[in-house]
Write a protein that binds this ligand. Structure first.
Ligand code: HEC
Ligand code: HEC
Length: 504
């Protein structure tokens, strides 16, 4: 069943204010960023202000600088070989420029990253860009929103999350709560059971122990001890470092580091009539009007923070969802390969294959696009929206450009020991089938098609060009390369990741 989000007669929320269909026509004609709604009041697509961010945009400096060190320090990964910055690189749009990252066990950065020590799989979803992630309006984290505030405090932490009752108290912001999770992911940061005590604690479902082990690592570094006491004076002289504090510092850093509100669009909204070209202004009018983009990409950050199924083709290993065991039977690897998105959080049929509407700020810097990076061309991503089912069916999964997996390892028990032999051929050929399995199955592809909420819309090539011009007006020139954020050294003494001198 297709639910149309197009041609809505209902109001489109833009920023904190409301634009009606008749006001949309005025956008095209509007001079500067100010345009009128039919009630006659001035309507601004809300510029971002300090108050829109956590800590009113100015967290304590000691927390920010501690968070900066932690963000780039591989000490937070089980095998001390990857940092947050490896996948959220300030020089690569706060993501890593690849569809699906190679997590811990890899070496090198961005498209040059390789599987040095061996990995068990690629990361199943695209590393999210972090632009303006410290904005208070964020009400969920991750592509499927699986981390959300829990106003009824069913759990002591105050959040719904995959860690349920294990998530500790004291996480004062959603962004801090998020920082508890990457370190628990075996393929992102923790490593495989048996490789290190953090990974083993995770694998044995002792997540509290995993956080404590990481906090103890930090506590053993004198410089971190000082920095934590400086950032959290309430610790006094004796209390040990806790991972909750590390998470809070990471949130403070990300709030400042990834704030981005200096785009031409921002200038235009603030009243600079010359900030947008004629094509960009036409594109914005289409975006809000005929093209129907603004119904989901609404507000200051161009996201409604809602979840919608738009039939992005599935590539990569998926999330182990769905009932299909075809791959399992064909390959011998006991995996199911679908990624059902938001449905796996709510178990509401309306959420099948729905993913959170991404913010479009700096979208030209954050490719490949889609929750799994299925599109490496921004125009193709936009055109996909115009007829999502046709685009899905026409998608050539064999042409996808995924990072090579040169060394794939598979954990094997031998007595009480765990070994990680390389997966060799012909098993390896069966392993590689997974990247395109879901897309090549007509039945599985049809499930994705049937869930699409997008009704087709017809735009001329010139109109698509205008939409793209508008999307480029969302690029903040200060966001193109923020490698100055990467410290030269971090307190653990390990090489910060990514290194400022790139390529290694
Ligand atoms: C191996 C790559 C990788 C590493 C390392 C990594 N991330 Fe991520 N990050 C991702 C991916 C992939 C997602 C999306 C996951 C999903 O939706 O299931 C994500 C999502 C996020 C989000 C949510 C953004 C949003 O819009 O909801 C934040 C915040 C974040 N990461 C911060 C961090 C921090 C802080 C660290 C270090 C503690 C970190 N990441 C380490 C890949 C990585
Ligand atoms: C029904 C809601 C909806 C409408 C309408 C909509 N989008 Fe999207 N858009 C989404 C969702 C949801 C995603 C992410 C889907 C996924 O990853 O599976 C997305 C992804 C994108 C992306 C990729 C962003 C990224 O970071 O990966 C771009 C670009 C985009 N949309 C632009 C547009 C444009 C331009 C229009 C109008 C032609 C539009 N969207 C209309 C919901 C919508």
């Amino acid at each position: 069943m297709q639910k149309s989000y197009r041609n809505q007669s209902t109001r489109t929320v833009l920023g904190r204010l409301v634009v009606t269909a008749s006001a949309i026509a005025l956008v095209a004609m509007s001079v500067g960023g100010v345009f009128q709604a039919d009630a006659g009041q001035k309507v601004l697509p809300g510029s971002l202000t300090d108050e829109d961010f956590l800590y009113d945009g100015a967290p304590p400096e000691a927390m920010v600088s501690l968070g900066r060190a932690l963000f780039f320090d591989p000490i937070l990964s089980g095998n001390r070989n990857i940092s947050c910055g490896t996948c959220h690189d300030p020089a690569r749009g706060s993501s890593d420029g690849v569809a699906l990252s190679i997590g811990e066990g890899g070496t090198g950065f961005g498209p040059e990253r390789r599987t040095a020590q061996g990995v068990t799989q690629r990361i199943p979803r695209n590393a999210q860009a972090l632009w303006n992630i410290g904005a208070r309006e964020y009400v969920s984290m991750f592509h499927d929103g699986r981390l959300e505030p829990d106003p009824h405090r069913i759990f002591q932490s105050g959040y719904w999350s995959p860690a349920r009752e294990d998530l500790p108290e004291g996480l004062d912001t959603l962004l801090a709560a998020q920082a508890m999770f990457p370190v628990l992911s075996a393929s992102e940061m923790a490593g495989q059971k048996g490789e290190n005590p953090v990974a083993t604690a995770v694998a044995e479902d002792r997540v509290g122990d995993a956080w404590d082990l990481l906090a103890a690592r930090l506590d053993a570094v004198p410089e971190y001890q000082d920095r934590f006491r400086h950032a959290f004076p309430e610790m006094g002289d004796d209390a040990p470092v806790s991972f909750v504090q590390a998470a809070r510092a990471l949130a403070a850093f990300q709030t400042v580091a990834f704030r981005s509100d200096q785009s031409p669009f921002d200038s235009w909204v603030a009243g600079d009539q010359t900030a947008l070209t004629a094509a960009q202004r036409r594109g914005f009018a289409l975006f809000l009007g005929k093209a129907g983009c603004g119904s989901c990409h609404s507000g200051t950050l161009l996201t409604d923070h809602g979840f919608h199924a738009i039939a992005v083709p599935q590539i990569g290993p998926g999330k182990g969802h769905g009932a299909d065991t075809g791959y399992w039977r064909a390959s011998g690897f006991k995996d199911r390969l679908e990624d059902e998105g938001r449905y796996r959080v709510t178990f509401d049929d309306a959420d099948l294959f729905a993913f959170r509407t991404p913010s479009l700020r700096n979208v030209a810097l954050t490719g490949p696009w889609g929750h799994n990076g299925a599109f490496d061309d921004l125009e193709a991503m936009v055109r996909h929206h115009l007829d999502s089912v046709a685009s899905l069916n026409a998608y050539d999964a064999t042409a996808i450009d995924l990072l090579p997996l040169d060394r794939v390892i598979e954990p094997k028990g031998e007595g009480s020991k765990l070994l990680f032999p390389l997966v060799g051929s012909p098993q390896r050929a069966a392993f590689d089938l997974r990247d395109t399995w879901v897309h090549r199955s007509e039945a599985l592809r049809n499930r994705i098609a049937e869930a699409s909420q997008l009704a087709p819309v017809s735009l001329s090539d010139r109109e698509v060009d205008a939409l793209l011009a508008f999307l480029h007006s969302l690029t903040d020139p200060t966001a193109v390369d923020r490698s100055h954020l990467i410290p030269d050294t971090v307190p653990s003494g390990l090489p910060p990741q990514p290194g400022r001198a790139r390529g290694g």
